[in-house]
Design a protein around this ligand. Structure first.
Ligand SMILES: *Cc1c(COP(=O)(O)O)cnc(C)c1O
Length: 371
């Protein structure tokens, strides 16, 4: 592979060559038939009407957007009690996650995350030239002691999604505090809170408080999930001024579009929509989890989730591959992640009540037939 590339042109850096491109969730069957997409954790309620109206209203596209997303950062600061100077916006939180190792790690350094962590961390670590280090899980959940045991004098960054994707598992405040307390001050802890708004406010993991108080914590959040703006690509992060300054220096100058800034600002102002989405998610996730639990004797189980999806494990006669194909026949795309070491599982986004009924019924039929 390497030889072929160098014969015909520029030689790829070996750490770039080791990267496997991100695999997005499918929205069509292998034969091209469109499917209902329960594979990318998008919001089944869509987008706040206020955000849609603001987006349609965005100024002429001939002009560059505000490079600093000033209005959006001010609104985020007001909502979350953060000094806007401590906030940076990104082209999705993915941009910020990718920038962190570029700023704080490089060849010879290590970037740590848990097994079954978010796929982007591996890419982000490798593109900086750093070495990814994967901590073992505990029955799919984050094991703080195992994570801390992976930290060495070469560790520069620890990534943790909380709740985690693709497992949905959650580290409570006390455990997150223990993880942070166990890290040397020169290690940056990135707490990826893409699904934080799905938690009840009293279950907050304390990440924003850690980012406010310590010099080595970055919290990232996104408008892609509960705010229903995945297509606009808006995310943000907060941490100590030195961290925000580093990210500002290396981010793309006009990284959030005019329509993205407008839509996100309006979406923030519609917390009724956010509450409705959280309540819908809690209800439908519980119903889907109960229907999976009822199939426990047939080898199905769902990992306990605080996010807007369930990781369903197939440990009986019905395999994840067969269930993936059967759900596609019934019109649904869900996520199979064999490349992430999860050939035995499917990640299913919480959709509408009707979609969840159809998925649950499909799984029941397939599991009973396979038995
Ligand atoms: C979806 C998701 C994101 C969000 O990515 P964006 O670039 O903001 O769309 C970040 N982290 C995790 C763990 C996610 O699942």
């Amino acid at each position: 592979m390497r030889a072929a590339v160098s014969e015909t042109g520029p030689e790829l850096k070996p750490w770039i060559e080791a990267i496997h491109a991100y695999v997005p969730g499918q929205s069509a069957a292998p034969d091209g038939r469109p499917l209902i997409k329960l594979s990318a954790n998008e919001n089944p309620l869509g987008t706040s009407p206020l955000a849609l109206a603001a987006r349609a209203d965005a100024a002429g596209p001939a002009e560059y957007p505000d490079p600093d997303a000033t209005g959006l950062r001010e609104a985020l600061g007001a909502l979350h009690g953060i000094d806007p100077a401590r906030i940076v916006c990104g082209t999705g939180s993915d941009e910020l996650l990718n920038l962190v190792p570029l700023a704080f790690a490089g060849p010879g350094d290590e970037v740590v995350y848990v097994r079954y962590g978010f796929m982007v961390y591996d890419i982000a670590a490798r593109r900086s030239g750093a070495t990814p280090v994967v901590a073992p899980d505990r029955d799919y959940a984050t094991d703080v002691d195992a994570l801390l045991a992976c930290v060495s004098e070469r560790t520069r960054v620890v990534f943790l999604a909380n709740p985690n994707n693709p497992t949905g598992t959650f580290l409570p405040r006390s455990e997150l505090a223990r993880l942070h307390a166990g890290l040397p001050r020169q290690v940056l802890l990135v707490i990826d809170q893409a699904y934080a708004e799905y938690l009840d406010p009293e279950d907050d993991d304390g990440g924003l408080a850690l980012a406010a108080e310590h010099g080595n914590v970055l919290v990232t959040r996104t408008f892609s999930k509960i705010y229903g703006l995945a297509g606009e690509r808006v995310g943000w992060g907060t941490g100590a001024p030195a961290i925000i300054d580093a990210l500002n220096r290396i981010r793309a100058p006009f990284n959030v579009t005019v329509s993205g800034q407008k839509a996100a600002l309006a979406a923030l102002g519609d917390q009724d929509f956010v509450r409705a989405a959280r309540e819908h998610n809690r209800r439908e996730r519980a119903r889907l989890a109960a229907s999976i639990e009822a199939l426990g004797n047939l080898g199905l189980r769902a990992v306990s989730s605080e996010a807007n999806f369930l990781l369903v494990l197939f440990e009986g006669a019905l395999t994840a591959e067969a269930a993936l194909a059967g759900l596609a026949e019934r019109g649904f795309a869900v996520r199979h992640l064999p490349g992430q070491g999860l050939p035995q599982a499917l990640r299913i986004t919480v959709g509408t009540a009707e979609q969840m009924d159809a998925v649950a019924e499909g799984l029941r039929q397939m599991a009973e037939r396979a038995a």
